[in-house]
Design a binder for this molecule. Structure first.
Ligand code: GLA
Length: 756
């Protein structure tokens, strides 16, 4: 039991193993927030008891703040000052609103008062949206109904408590309980007030081929916004954010995570108000958003995953990693060994034919690869990226005999077969566009903005979704395809649907996402054995909504191992390493021109899904031998890197020399530490690391491997550094480990630890 209502004090208390969340129906029936943070209750406390934390809020008349009508004489209780559970516009809370609406009679905003609540076993569902599922059967839901008399809007605030996982999910269902049309203007999923403290914001920004760079800054007075209006969650600003105590580190300090399970336009606003309290409001972006709610209709706002820990950023990440693996990703793939694939994109781009593919595949098989993925260019007239998107029929000039010939041939070699698709876009130069120009998002009378010379299909239209479902379901039914890479290569503009009336055009951005989820849901449910990888020009749609359907997402179009260090580092704050598509590509790298040792490229790719994206036939024999070894290594470490606890140990942005990370088995039996030297310096001291997640009373045997042009490692260590075969977990964690400075261009080290 993790949700409690105390009817005497009128408080709701939600408990997870380490967190406590409390709210209260206060004066006038306002639902005010009391606390979210560390669970400080003693274990012996009876589960239906909870102290009310409303003692924290001293009455005060702050001037130019407003009071509920009922309290006009007292003036020391204001919804403009006190923490609220879900804020609405135009009724006296001047901080960020979660809700705004307008009726046809011109009434704006809502005065939300408590009506009733329910405590339900299990987890709520959201219509048409991905959301966490209760795999372990231990979730409990609190549903609180608030309503506004003047407009008849009814808000169902939903909280699902995952006690063991330390996660509270939140969502909102908004019902028009009146007999007149209501237009929602803003329908955020959650509002979180942090009344006290000194907080930093951590967020993940970037650009195409440089996603999820980490930024940490103090929350200063005013409003900071992290958002996307691109129709995708975006390369530029990932929806996941963290609020953490100013003094928090990887290992210590109060941290809150806020992760929308949504893949479209999002907006998280963080306000520091006149009394230095923090309010965070998160959900669908309200620009170009209006939702027409007919009488009786309900709008479901996407889910947000909230987590809190007092144990620092590293623990916060592990809470999300485990939760995403167990309660978000619905595919079984995170639990099974991953494919080692060869993707032909950087090997051939559009320039391939059957013979070339078979040659690449045969060499891949020789070296130990198990899956060939055929990327862009196999369909229609797709000889470059200006044409053919939308015509999902095999190009028989390139691939004579089509898939009937190619796919069995690949399987005969003992390889799985994977296929790239981009269902959401269309080129003007395609039969699909010529026959259905109204299926693309375009504004009447205006030439659309182009991106990669393509348009976006109108996924708000059920006929478009049905058409694409039949196209891809037929391909998957007919051929033995084991893997699909689902790409999306431009942002949405000219958002106008030729199928909807004028007063519903503000719904199209969100309806697009609902259409996308509908198509993903139908295909992934019908073909559960196919591994779907998400992609949007690399990591332009790396979010928990996509992860629900696709257990992995191509992390970035930047395959440079050194650039990947910061991209994967930033991504790891919210998302598990096993969800990050990561490949070894050729040098000089196609995005940066940098040359890195092939061993270092493998060390970096092993912090993700691991695979290749080059032509093995162009590698030297020595490099091919190295590939063979890498694949064996990957198979040895696969389980550890998939199930292990992940620790960020160092980032070269901060130490100016190297980046390091560690996977530790949850049972502490083994660990894998990786170090990549990004900036070797002259006459440098050793690399010093404190390891984590080990059993302090156990001894670990260490195996060192070094990659790149550097001091001959075996001469230094010969398998153990100073004659000793092992070190204690306590020594490695508290005194640390030193390895010599590595020389040369981007060398790396990998240390495997096994309990002995
Ligand atoms: C996107 C993807 C790449 C590749 C190309 C093909 O950019 O991120 O991996 O599939 O499209 O056009």
């Amino acid at each position: 039991m993790s949700v409690f209502h105390d009817s005497d004090k009128n408080i709701f208390t939600l408990r997870t193993r380490h967190t406590l969340y409390q709210m209260r129906v206060g004066p006038g029936g306002y639902l005010s927030h009391l606390y979210y943070g560390r669970n400080f209750e003693s274990k012996s406390r009876k589960s239906n008891q909870a102290d009310s934390l409303d003692y924290l809020y001293l009455p005060g008349d702050h001037g130019f703040t407003t009071n509920p009508y009922e309290l006009k004489a007292e003036r020391d209780w204001s919804m403009d000052v006190l923490p609220m559970e879900y804020s609405a516009a135009n009724t006296g809370d001047f901080r960020l609103s979660a809700l705004n609406l307008a009726t046809r009679d011109g009434v704006w905003g809502a005065d939300l008062r408590y009506i009733r609540h329910e405590i339900l076993p299990g987890k709520y569902n959201l219509t048409g949206l991905p959301s966490a599922f209760d795999r372990e059967g231990n979730a409990e839901t609190l549903s609180v109904i608030l309503a506004d008399k003047a407009t008849g809007i009814e808000i169902n605030l939903l909280y699902a408590v995952f006690e063991e996982q330390d996660v509270i999910t939140r969502a909102v269902k908004i019902k028009n309980a009146s007999d007149k049309i209501i237009y929602l203007q803003k329908a955020a999923s959650a509002c979180l007030d942090l009344p006290f403290g000194d907080w930093d914001l951590i967020y993940f920004y970037g650009r195409h081929a440089m996603e999820r760079q980490t930024e940490r800054e103090a929350i200063t007075p005013g409003i900071k916004t992290i958002s996307s209006r691109r129709g995708i969650s975006s390369h530029q600003q990932n929806p996941f954010v963290i609020l953490c105590d100013k003094n928090s580190t990887e290992d210590f300090g109060d941290c809150y995570g806020v992760m929308p399970v949504y893949s479209g336009n999002h907006k998280t606003e963080i306000e520091r108000d006149q009394l230095d309290s923090i309010r965070l409001v998160t959900g669908i972006h309200d620009e170009q958003f209006t939702w027409k709610l007919n009488p009786g209709e309900i709008f479901d706002a996407p889910e947000i995953l909230f987590a809190y820990t007092h144990q620092g950023l590293s623990q916060l990440s592990r809470i999300y990693h485990n939760f995403i693996k167990n309660n978000i990703i619905k595919s079984n793939y995170p639990e099974s060994s991953r494919y080692v694939l060869l993707n032909n994109w950087e090997a051939t781009y559009f320039n391939f034919n059957t013979d070339k593919l078979l040659k690449i595949a045969s060499q891949a098989k020789n070296l130990g690869v198990d899956t060939l993925v055929l990327d862009d260019g196999w369909f229609g007239t797709r000889d470059d990226d200006n044409q053919g998107l939308g015509d999902w029929f095999v190009n028989e000039h390139k691939l004579p005999g089509g898939f009937d010939y190619l796919i069995p041939k690949i399987h005969e070699m003992g390889l799985n077969f994977g296929l790239w698709i981009e269902p959401e876009s269309v080129n003007e130069n395609s039969d699909l566009y010529r026959s259905h120009p109204d299926w693309a998002l375009t504004v009447p009378g205006r030439k659309p903005a182009m991106g990669r010379n393509q348009l976006v299909l109108d996924f708000s239209r059920p006929d478009v979704i049905d058409y694409l479902y039949h196209i891809f379901a037929d391909i998957l039914r007919k051929y033995d395809i084991n893997y699909i890479k689902w790409d999306m290569n431009r942002c949405l503009t000219d958002v106008y649907s030729h199928a909807f009336p004028a007063d519903q055009q503000g719904e199209i951005f969100h309806r697009y996402v609902l259409g996308l989820y509908n198509l993903l849901d139908r295909l992934t449910s019908e073909f559960p054995d196919v591994l779907f990888e998400g992609c949007s020009g690399g990591g332009g749609r790396f979010d928990a909504g996509i992860l629900y359907y696709c257990p992995q997402i191509w992390c970035s179009d930047d395959t440079d191992a050194i650039e990947r260090l910061t991209i994967q580092y930033g991504t790891s704050f919210g998302y598990p390493p096993c969800s990050m598509g990561a490949h070894i590509s050729a040098v000089p790298n196609h995005q940066t021109g940098r040359k890195t040792p092939i061993g270092t490229r493998a060390v970096v790719a092993m912090a993700g899904t691991f695979g290749y994206e080059l032509d093995f036939n162009k590698l030297s024999e020595q490099e091919q031998d190295e590939v063979r070894r890498q694949i064996q290594d990957f198979r040895q470490y696969d389980k550890l890197t998939r199930d292990g606890d992940y620790y960020r140990l160092a980032l070269s942005k901060y130490n100016h020399r190297f980046t390091a990370w560690e996977f530790a088995a949850p049972d502490q039996s083994e660990a894998l530490v990786s170090v990549v030297m990004t900036h070797p310096t002259a006459n440098a001291g050793p690399i010093y690391l404190k390891l984590k997640g080990l059993d302090e009373s156990a001894c670990y045997g260490l195996k060192f491997e070094f990659f790149g042009n550097l001091v001959p490692a075996d001469q230094i260590y010969g398998g153990s550094r100073d004659g000793r075969k092992s070190y204690s977990g306590a020594a490695l964690m508290y005194a640390g480990l030193t390895i010599p400075a590595l020389f040369g261009d981007y060398p790396s080290a990998r240390i495997y630890l096994k309990k002995i």
